[in-house]
Each structure stands twice: as C-alpha cells, then as structure tokens.
Design a protein around this ligand. Structure first.
Ligand SMILES: [Zn+2]
Length: 124
C-alpha cells in the first residue's frame, strides 16, 4: 500500500503546481460536484482527478493487493473503482469533461503534463 489518502497528497500538489506554472487557473475540491474533483477548470469545463494507484485499483506496478485482509481490500478497491465510474458519468451528464492523472505517471516521471494540457485546451 502506498501513500496516504488525503486532500493534499503529494501527486495532487505536483499536478496543481505544474498546471499553475503552465498558466491555468483552477478551483480545488468542488464539493458540489460528483466525486469532488481534485481540480476544476471552469473556463475549460474540465474536471481533473489525481488518482492514487492503490485506492483506485490501477492496473500498474504500484498496485499490489495486500496479503492480509485480502478480501476486505479487494471489495474496498472494487467499490472505489465503481464509484469513480459513477462519478465520471455524473460529471459528463453535467457537461464536464473528465481527466484522470495517475500517481504512477507522476512517480515514474512520465510526461503526463503534455497530454493533460492538450486535453484541457481541446475545449478552450
Ligand atoms: Zn498506476
């Protein structure tokens, strides 16, 4: 298990700082929106989630099912993933475009910023 679930987890701060540096303005944790997106850019109708690979069941090397209480964790993560799906659909219905940045792309220092910015600007 990696990372602590919280409002200001590190990958989220990294995304925030990078977008800020790229000149975007956004709001954080809009509680009135499904799933409370980590960032929203109203001008671009874009909602962004920064997902921890463990909690959101990402199919990547950072996701390992714990050896203890395995059933509990499997159920927990499955329910997180289906909630994510529901939130994304609900946001789409409200006219938001949804983007997800995965923790592993940030940790592995992949170029997640270029495609994210391209996605955001697509509706500029
Ligand atoms: Zn991942």
């Amino acid at each position: 298990m990696s990372g602590i679930r919280g409002k200001n987890t590190r990958p989220e701060i990294i995304v925030r700082q990078a977008l800020h540096k790229a000149g975007f303005r956004f709001r954080l944790h809009r509680k009135d929106l499904p799933g409370k997106p980590d960032l929203v850019l109203p001008k671009y109708e874009a909602a962004i989630f920064v997902h921890g690979c463990f909690w959101h069941g990402h199919d990547c090397r950072y996701f390992k099912i714990p050896k203890t209480r395995t059933d509990f964790w499997m159920a927990k993560i499955a329910s997180n993933s289906s909630r994510d799906q529901r939130d994304i659909e609900a946001l789409h219905k409200l006219g938001w475009r949804v983007m997800v940045v995965w923790e592993c792309d940030i940790r592995d220092k992949k170029d997640w910023l270029t495609p994210l910015v391209a996605d955001i600007r697509r509706n500029g």
